[in-house]
Design a protein around this ligand. Structure first.
Ligand SMILES: Nc1nc2c(ncn2[C@@H]2O[C@H](COP(=O)(O)OP(=O)(O)OP(=O)(O)O)[C@@H](O)[C@H]2O)c(=O)[nH]1
Ligand SMILES: [Mg+2]
Length: 187
C-alpha cells in the first residue's frame, strides 16, 4: 500500500495515476486521516513528536490514485533552513506537478487558520486546483461549537469545511465521497 517516500521531485512515482495531497500544519492529523481513509491502522506514521513526516509520502489507494502525506509546516523546533527547503519542495510539487488533481487542507477545529495555511491557499489560487478543507479533531468540541467554527471559517475565509474525527468517525464518508468524485471526474 505504502509506495515511496520522496525527498525531491525527481523521486516522484513515474506512473500516470493521479495524486491528491494532504496538507496542514504539524500535528493537525494528516497521517491519522490518511490511515482512517485507507482503513488501516499503521499505514502512515502517526507522530508522537510533531514534525516527523519529512518527505512526500505516497500511498497507493486501490491501485487507482495516490494520496500524498505532505510534511507538516509550522513546527517551531525545525531549524529555519530545513523548514525553508521543505517549503520549497512542497511549493514546487503543488505548483508544478501535473498529476496532482486536488488538495485536502486540514485545519484543527480549535485553531484559526495559520499564516502558512493562508499562504498555501494563496499559492494555490494561481493554479486551478480543487481544495477540500477539513476541520480535524472535531470530537474535541461540542456540535454547536463546530457549527459556529464552520460558519466563522466560511464568513472570514470563504472556506467550506467538513468536520472530521478519527475518534467519532465524523466526516469520513463525506470525505471519501468527495475524494472518489474527484478521482472519477479526472479518469
Ligand atoms: N482527539 C483526536 N485526536 C486526533 C485526531 N486526529 C489525530 N489526532 C491526534 O493528533 C496527533 C497528531 O496526529 P498526526 O496524524 O500524527 O498529525 P500529522 O498532521 O500527520 O503530524 P506531522 O506528521 O507531524 O505533520 C496524534 O496524537 C493523533 O492521535 C482526531 O480526530 N481526534
Ligand atoms: Mg504525519
Amino acid at each position: 500500500m505504502f509506495v515511496d517516500s520522496c525527498h525531491s521531485l525527481s523521486q516522484l512515482p513515474k506512473d500516470k495515476k493521479a495524486h491528491i495531497a494532504i496538507a496542514g500544519r504539524s500535528n493537525v492529523g494528516k497521517s491519522s486521516l490518511l490511515n482512517k481513509f485507507a482503513g488501516l491502522k499503521k499505514l502512515a506514521k502517526v507522530s508522537s513528536t510533531p514534525g516527523k513526516t519529512r518527505a512526500l509520502n505516497f500511498f497507493d489507494i486501490n491501485n487507482k490514485f495516490y494520496l500524498v502525506d505532505l510534511p507538516g509546516y509550522g513546527y517551531a523546533k525545525v531549524s529555519r533552513s530545513i523548514s525553508k527547503s521543505w517549503g520549497k519542495l512542497i511549493e514546487e510539487y503543488l505548483l508544478d506537478c501535473e498529476k496532482l488533481i486536488g488538495l485536502i487542507l486540514l485545519l484543527d477545529c480549535r485553531r484559526d487558520p495559520s499564516r502558512e495555511d493562508l499562504e498555501l491557499l494563496n499559492w494555490l489560487s494561481t493554479r486551478q486546483l480543487p481544495v477540500m478543507t477539513v476541520m480535524t479533531k472535531s470530537d474535541k468540541l461540542s456540535k454547536s461549537r463546530i457549527i459556529k467554527k464552520q460558519l466563522e471559517l466560511e464568513k472570514e475565509y470563504g472556506l467550506v469545511t467538513i468536520p472530521f474525527s478519527i475518534v467519532s468517525g465524523a466526516g469520513i464518508k463525506e470525505l471519501t465521497d468527495s475524494i472518489f468524485n474527484l478521482t472519477n471526474l479526472k479518469n
